[in-house]
Ligand binder design. Structure first.
Ligand SMILES: Nc1nc2c(c(=O)[nH]1)N[C@H]1C(S)=C(S)[C@@H](COP(=O)(O)OP(=O)(O)OC[C@H]3O[C@@H](n4cnc5c(=O)[nH]c(N)nc54)[C@H](O)[C@@H]3O)O[C@H]1N2
Ligand SMILES: Nc1nc2c(c(=O)[nH]1)N[C@H]1C(S)=C(S)[C@@H](COP(=O)(O)OP(=O)(O)OC[C@H]3O[C@@H](n4cnc5c(=O)[nH]c(N)nc54)[C@H](O)[C@@H]3O)O[C@H]1N2
Ligand SMILES: [Mo]
Length: 772
């Protein structure tokens, strides 16, 4: 398969490369954010909007899920939060005339950067079967089209409903109700490609699929390990928390194949010291690990702790282990069995260096491990994360101040969406409450996750595909396969704020439902509506937009779904069991949705009062609150995990696909990756200089990337991404990096993590191919 890039919208001949930066944020970051904001919104709207981010009674930043600090700065935002806001609050518009002018085929020739630059969607649009262009539709027609298609299905499992992670709690709750009311659990979400491995490992070992620390814990920790995460770009406000932790005496260890700028040094634009004194050095220790070497690192730490415990004692927390855990002996047997030489090979670190990190852990009274995609998108991510938990359990680093697990979530409400029931494998307790509240019987059979949803479309088992936000076509692996799969569906429906490739690669018929975003004012029957979100640390609070919506005739996500529920369920006779509610009332008063939530979702009792006046409340968290673990035996579990790490065939490289500084997932804000020194282009591949020499390539050479996937029956499949410029870079030998989504075409659909089924976006075997 040779794939041409969708277009030449970004002229890659303009790419320039300079030295990577060591310092993140600072004044240039603020200036850059303001430039982008002004281009999208103009000066007045920029000031009005940015001053409302993350303020009490303002809107929740759509950038990331990192929590707000208690005492909020006047401008509690970061460069990339500002870019996320500008992208949404832009004054550019995609109207009906735009669609009349551009055929779907023509739009399909553009990339996500160009499509996103066109502005906010404003009108419901329908693509009729055989038509070349979308045409304008009324809300009635658009929603009736969707409802009729859903009602006409022979089997509800022929429909699949994707969710991205910006959707509010209120919309997510109604959406899962719509889906379960129809009779399916086909609710794949972006989590399946993101922190699914975290959830899987944490539920099994700790009985909860979420992190166990609060922002205060981060401030109070003695040691923070930041593994597989690039906060300078993806969670910039986390750097302020790390800075505060350091001021309180914490040690920070960064574990990453790349020396990412924010991990090395950070200039806080919100403190005079950050601006004047050149910032804080963040990482005390930088472990430049091989891709996929983290399980070995954590086993090495465990082995070191075990050896020191046997030598001098006083390392393990025996009381904690005896009272709250099971499985220690099995875990220790693994630590005894694994050889230092193998741990060295897997990590690329010497035994002495591994022991140095082990010593930092041993001497810390309160340790937190933070992680993101560098740990979750490998074939062995789930065992890796179980080994992270193992190390923390040895010293009782749970349920005490400054300690615990901290999976740092991506999308700003991805955690809340799960809490609201967006999950293909719902828990029985949740379904029982749902049945009771809405007087129906929710389906029990598990539904499709993202990878299974793609297979079902590919194989002709799906007739309707609906997406609540996101960009399914670009965000998922194996782009060629996914595009063909989506085209195989009768009807595709996108609820979206902005145009993207999922509107150009469609089923035989397609509907676009434009929706309000976080920053938009949402007035229903004369009353300003609020929605709620949950951050990465289980804190729930309200969010209210203030800007005039992109057009008069826009609907919010909760309103769209409430009306759809009315169309789908409203006229069913009483003899048929479908969810019963006053859909019309829910559409215009979200307090009523919250009232339903308060009776269905544990921890949301008295919901309305607890989020009134900008208040935040924290959901119950067993391990954090009182060391209770919702596992079958009520204990936290040590586990024995055989050591795994990638084996890279001769002459090949292991490719990780990651984010540049100027993108939000598939939304491309600009063409630069300032901290890594790349400007004006995105089709670059970062390779170690020694590998280049050994493989016979040169810096700046333009090559094709060929992924080589060995199928279970032993064939080698090739996938091509053409014309990438080589950038000689400080990455471990054998490890390369390139941006997503351009490289998604290289990630095989069948290459997924064991147990979590997450696509292995950080672990793709490739070869560099000379261009003919
Ligand atoms: N501005 C901005 N903010 C975002 C996003 C965005 O695109 N733009 N996306 C949001 C979303 S949905 C998410 S999930 C998060 C993503 O946040 P990150 O996980 O920080 O995102 P990635 O760019 O995928 O970066 C992965 C990091 O892990 C490192 N890494 C890769 N493989 C390994 C490995 O095997 N071991 C170790 N130790 N490190 C490894 C990479 O070098 C890189 O630093 O950010 C969220 N916030
Ligand atoms: N190769 C590779 N692939 C990856 C990853 C990787 O690291 N490497 N990362 C994975 C991860 S972690 C994630 S989370 C996924 C992301 O997958 P998605 O969440 O599906 O993708 P996004 O690019 O965040 O979606 C952007 C679109 O969302 C819509 N949107 C934005 N805000 C709103 C809103 O408020 N409401 C609605 N209805 N729509 C809105 C806009 O139309 C915008 O174009 O990608 C995954 N794919
Ligand atoms: Mo994500």
């Amino acid at each position: 398969m040779v794939r041409k890039p969708p277009s030449t919208d970004i002229d890659e001949r303009d790419v320039r490369v300079s030295h990577p930066k060591k310092v993140a944020v600072g004044v240039p970051a603020v200036l850059h954010a303001l430039q982008i904001s002004e281009a999208q919104m103009g000066a007045a709207r920029t000031v009005r909007t940015l001053s409302r981010i993350n303020q009490k009674d303002g809107f929740d930043c759509p950038g990331c899920a990192w929590p707000e600090e208690d005492k909020r700065h006047i401008a509690e935002f970061c460069e990339n939060g500002a870019k996320a806001v500008a992208e949404e609050a832009t004054v550019r518009r995609v109207d009906a005339a735009f669609f009349a002018q551009h055929s779907v085929a023509e739009l399909g020739g553009h990339d996500d950067w160009w499509l996103g630059q066109q502005g906010r969607l404003t009108r419901p649009m329908i693509l009729d079967e055989g038509a070349t262009h979308y045409r304008e539709a009324s809300w009635d027609e658009a929603l009736t089209t969707v409802a009729d298609a859903l009602k006409a299905l022979d089997d509800p499992d022929e429909a699949t409903f994707y969710t991205s992670g910006r959707t509010s709690n209120e919309a997510a709750f109604l959406y899962q109700l719509l889906v379960r009311g129809l009779g399916t659990n086909n609710l794949p979400d972006c989590s399946n490609m993101c922190h699914e491995s975290s959830g899987t490992a944490l539920v099994e070992t700790l009985g909860i699929g979420k992190g166990t620390v609060s922002i205060e814990d981060v401030h109070q920790a003695e040691l923070i390990i930041v593994a597989g995460q690039n906060p300078g770009t993806n969670h910039p406000r986390m750097l302020s928390a790390l800075e505060k932790a350091k001021a309180n005496g914490a040690t920070i260890v960064a574990v990453n194949p790349l020396p990412e700028a924010g991990l090395i040094r950070f200039e806080n634009p919100q403190t005079p010291r950050g601006v004047i004194l050149g910032g804080t050095r963040i990482a005390d220790d930088f472990v430049q690990i091989r891709l996929g070497g983290d399980q070995a690192l954590f086993q090495a730490i465990g082995k070191h702790l075990l050896e020191r415990e046997r030598a001098d004692g006083a390392v393990f927390d025996h009381d904690f282990i005896a009272r709250h855990t099971s499985g220690l002996d099995d875990y220790l047997a693994q630590l005894d069995a694994v050889e230092w030489s193998e741990l060295e090979a897997a990590t690329g670190q010497s035994e002495a260096d591994l022991r140095r990190v082990g010593e930092r852990v041993r001497t810390s009274e309160a340790t937190i491990v933070c992680w993101a995609m560098g740990l979750t998108q490998h074939p062995h991510s789930v065992p890796t994360l179980r080994d992270v938990v193992n190390v923390l359990l040895l010293q009782g680093n749970l349920g005490k101040t400054g300690a615990g697990v901290c999976p740092v979530r991506g999308h700003s409400n991805v955690q809340g969406d799960r809490t609201m029931g967006i999950y293909e494998k719902p828990q029985e307790g949740f379904l029982e409450s749902l049945d009771r509240e809405f007087d129906f019987l929710a389906p029990r059979e598990h539904g499709y996750d993202v990878v299974e949803a793609i297979r079902a479309m590919r194989d002709g088992r799906t007739r309707v595909f609906m997406a609540m936000g996101g960009n399914f076509v670009s965000a998922t692996p194996d782009t060629e396969v996914v595009e063909a799969a989506v085209r195989n569906v009768d009807l595709t429906v996108q609820v979206s704020t902005k145009l993207n490739r999922s509107h150009t690669v469609t089923g035989r018929r397609a509907v676009i439902l434009p929706t309000l975003g976080r920053t938009d004012r949402d007035v229903r029957r004369g009353v300003d509506q609020r929605v709620t979100v949950e951050d990465s640390m289980s804190a729930v609070h309200a969010s209210r937009g203030r800007l005039a919506p992109p057009s008069e005739d826009m609907m919010s996500e909760p309103a769209i779904i409430a009306r759809l529920c009315g169309l789908v369920f409203g006229d069913r006779p009483d003899s048929i069991a479908v969810p019963r509610a006053d859909w019309k009332a829910l559409e215009s008063d979200y307090t009523l949705i919250r009232s339903h939530i308060s009776r269905v979702v544990p921890g949301f009792e008295d919901f309305e009062a607890r989020v009134a006046k900008g208040r935040t409340f924290v959901l119950p968290n067993g391990p954090r609150d009182d060391l209770s673990f919702a596992t079958p035996d009520g204990l936290a579990h040590f586990t024995r995990n055989a050591l795994e790490y990638p084996v890279i065939p001769e002459g090949r490289l292991l490719l990780q696909t990651l984010r540049s500084h100027d993108q939000y997932n598939t939304t491309i804000y600009g063409k630069d990756d300032r901290y890594r020194g790349v400007f004006g282009g995105r089709r670059v591949v970062f390779v170690n200089a020694c590998d280049l020499e050994a493989l016979g390539f040169a810096d700046e050479e333009v090559v094709d990337l060929v992924s080589e996937w060995r199928t279970p029956d032993g064939r080698v499949e090739e996938r091509w991404a053409t014309e990438f410029r080589i950038v000689s870079y400080d990455t471990p030998r054998g490890n390369a990096a390139a941006y997503y989504p351009e490289t998604n075409v290289l990630v095989p659909l069948d290459s997924t993590a064991a147990e979590s089924n997450t696509p292995t976006s950080k672990s793709v075997i490739i070869r560099l191919q000379k261009r003919r």
